[in-house]
Design a binder for this molecule. Structure first.
Ligand code: SAH
Ligand code: SF4
Length: 353
């Protein structure tokens, strides 16, 4: 049986265990700071603790659940992708993107995904299991450690790797809260972005919690017929319901929403789709501004989806059509395309099924 992962425990849970061993609260603080400030991931690094306590920690907890299996760097070295194996051999991926002064991590919340979006390599793998909060946290600490060796630090975390974060709501939010804790990693909530496929009840719950975390919603189509053909979840939560939950989020939090749109040649990159999208987003208008931002991203290739990314000309035309309707938007360039940095591409490829 594998030991519990130490990052799965919060400070009071650790305190309880240490207290049961007769340790003082001071030791809890040292342990917490070792894990989340020094970023130590092995009991021998805790030289400030007595050897007997280190030994006990080693016997009781796992200090790492993520084994890096494949590490790929893009040609320019700015994007690094790591495929990890979890203790039960499930594959997950996390990506570091360097862009100007930003050091953005893209992390996973599930091994595989149950949502079945047809264009997505992770969706094509099917659902394996939810990650624990500790497994989510460890992806961030892994890269934070690497960056620290180069005198750098993580600036942003996007929950846009493998899996649907709102299908693993509690573990995802626990992980973010723990990384957010002031006496630990102290990573501000505003520097996180959660991307969801559009699970309406979870969006409403998230809105009610009024958190500072940024929200992105994957849209990819502006009518139900097309969206359902790309994203099966749309049959359960069609666009009217989704946009109404987004509206509620904006009302409750006063925050902007990002919408993700993967541009697929001849499928969702027509001027008609752009106009329909602009029309739908009118409901998010407040005092003359639409409280959203549409991110257009050319489709990444995936093994079981035969369509192509839009050409540059069509992508620009789509962008301009949205702009003409006053929708804030931008066209992102594909980063790390040479290392298959898209969601789930590496894990899917390495499958031995
Ligand atoms: N499950 C969440 C977050 C992970 S997917 C979600 O769906 O939002 C992160 C983003 O990558 C989503 O916007 C998703 O639609 C997008 N994506 C998935 N496969 C893609 C592909 N082949 N090309 C471009 N974007 C893709
Ligand atoms: Fe899951 Fe997101 Fe991929 Fe859809 S796009 S299958 S929700 S990971």
């Amino acid at each position: 049986m594998t030991l519990p992962l130490i990052y799965d425990l919060n400070q009071s849970e650790l305190a309880e265990i240490l207290a049961s061993w007769g340790e003082s609260t001071f030791r809890v603080k040292q342990l917490w700071q070792g894990l989340y400030l020094q970023l130590w991931n092995s009991p021998d690094q805790f030289t400030n603790l007595p050897a007997s306590l280190r030994q006990k920690l080693e016997e009781t907890f796992l200090f790492t659940a993520l084994q890096p299996e494949t590490i790929l760097s893009s040609h320019d070295g700015e994007t690094v992708k790591t495929l990890f194996r979890l203790t039960d051999a499930q594959p997950i991926e996390a990506v570091l993107m360097r862009y100007e002064r930003r050091r953005t991590l893209c992390i996973s919340t599930q091994a595989g995904c149950a949502m079945g979006c047809v264009f997505c390599a992770t969706g094509q793998m099917g659902f394996r299991r939810n990650l624990t909060s500790g497994e989510i946290i460890e992806q961030v600490l892994y890269y934070a450690r690497r960056l620290r060796q180069q005198g750098e630090e993580v600036t942003n975390v996007v929950v846009m790797g493998m899996g649907e974060p709102f299908h693993n709501y509690d573990a995802t939010l626990v992980a973010i809260d723990r990384l957010n804790s002031r006496d630990g990693f102290n990573f501000g909530a505003r520097r996180f972005t959660i991307s969801t496929v559009g699970l309406v009840p979870a969006i409403r719950r998230f809105a009610a919690e009024k958190r500072q975390i940024n929200l992105a919603v994957s849209l990819h189509a502006a009518d139900d017929e097309l969206r359902s053909s790309l994203m099966p979840v749309n049959r359960k939560y069609p666009l009217d319901d989704l946009l109404s939950a987004c509206h509620e989020y904006i009302q409750q939090t006063g925050r902007r929403i990002s919408f993700e749109w993967a541009l697929i040649h001849g499928v969702n990159d027509t001027p008609e789709q752009a106009r329909k999208l602009a029309e739908r987003l009118q409901v998010l208008k407040r005092n003359g501004t639409t409280l959203c931002h549409v991110n257009l991203i050319p489709l990444n290739p995936s093994p079981h989806y035969n369509q192509q990314a839009s050409t540059g000309v069509r992508a620009e035309a789509f962008l301009n059509e949205l702009r003409r309707h006053g929708i804030p938007c931008s066209l992102r360039i594909r980063r790390g395309i040479d290392i298959q940095a898209g969601c789930g591409q590496l894990a899917g490829q390495n499958e031995k099924v």
